[in-house]
Design a protein around this ligand. Structure first.
Ligand SMILES: [Ca+2]
Ligand SMILES: [Ca+2]
Length: 278
């Protein structure tokens, strides 16, 4: 092969590789899980067709790619009206059948973001359930966490809708083909700020030792940390003002110990009081 045809082949190779499943979203990660069904998941076919760019750049996912427990790869390519306005998909067995679901943030270019759940059935990825889009383009939501927040042994999805303009926290449960909201929305929270590649600043962990996860998240101004329980309706267990805005995801270091990264570059360590709830 001569130099020019080699160069042409290289250029052709580059061209055909753009937007294929082999291309992972540049800043996206690979979710991994044990169990049956999808055990790895990532976003593919990067696209700039949605002019929103609140997750650090204007490049969003155009497809969802999974590896199943048998090592087979499957891809779901979104229609042009959607993008995955997300970084890394989440894998969790929401209905307790031993097979993982894939949970993602999908935005409709004209109607904004929704939570979507996919299942791998009969060798193909299919939509199991989705929330209605927020209703307006450029309106996003943050998947704040996935855990058993209610103590019934099933996982819920904690979501903060429109975290940049007055966040509204909802707890979603997969019920058949629907994602139902378990409580009245709780306002005043934010788990994302514009430009951050951290889709959620929140942490989900059993902080009280009762066997059920609590949600630890910032308030709307990101200057206060709040611990919420959903054991018996949404209940604020604890809150504390923070000396600067929360800048990166909070981390639970031990049952009552939390690390809170601030925009100043410092990380504040907080010891929760005993007796939040026994
Ligand atoms: Ca399942
Ligand atoms: Ca639950």
């Amino acid at each position: 092969m001569g130099r020019s045809s080699l160069a042409a082949a290289l250029i052709y190779g580059l061209l055909v590789s753009v937007g294929t499943a082999a291309d992972r979203l540049p800043d996206g990660g690979v979710a991994k899980a044990t169990g049956q069904g999808p055990v790895q998941a990532w976003f593919g076919r990067p696209t700039d067709r949605y002019d929103h760019g609140i997750l650090g750049d204007g490049i969003e996912g155009g497809s969802l790619v999974v590896l199943d427990h048998g090592g087979n790869q499957h891809e779901l390519v979104l229609p042009e009206r959607y993008v995955f306005e997300d970084i890394t998909p989440r894998l969790a067995d929401l209905d307790g059948d031993g097979r993982n679901e894939v949970i993602a943030i999908r935005s409709d270019i004209t109607a904004g973001a929704s939570v979507v759940v996919y299942q791998l059935t009969a060798g193909s990825l299919t939509e199991a359930a989705a929330t209605a889009p927020i209703g307006t383009r450029h309106r996003w939501l943050s998947i704040a966490g996935i855990a058993d927040y209610t103590g019934d042994g099933r996982l819920e999805i904690a979501v903060v809708k429109t975290p940049h303009i007055g966040g509204s926290l909802e707890l979603l449960s997969l019920a058949g083909k629907r994602l139902i909201s378990l409580h009245d929305p709780q306002t005043g929270y934010s788990t994302h700020f514009i430009g951050s590649r951290d889709v959620s600043l929140a942490a989900s962990s059993d902080l009280t030792g009762d066997g059920t996860a609590e949600l630890v998240l910032p308030n709307q101004a990101r200057t206060r940390l709040v611990v919420l329980s959903f054991n018996d309706g949404a209940e604020v267990l604890w809150m504390q003002d923070i000396p600067a805005r929360i800048d990166r995801p909070v981390r639970v270091l031990a049952q009552r110990r939390i690390a809170v990264p601030l925009e100043t570059g410092e990380t504040v360590r907080i010891e929760l009081p005993t007796g939040l709830r026994e």
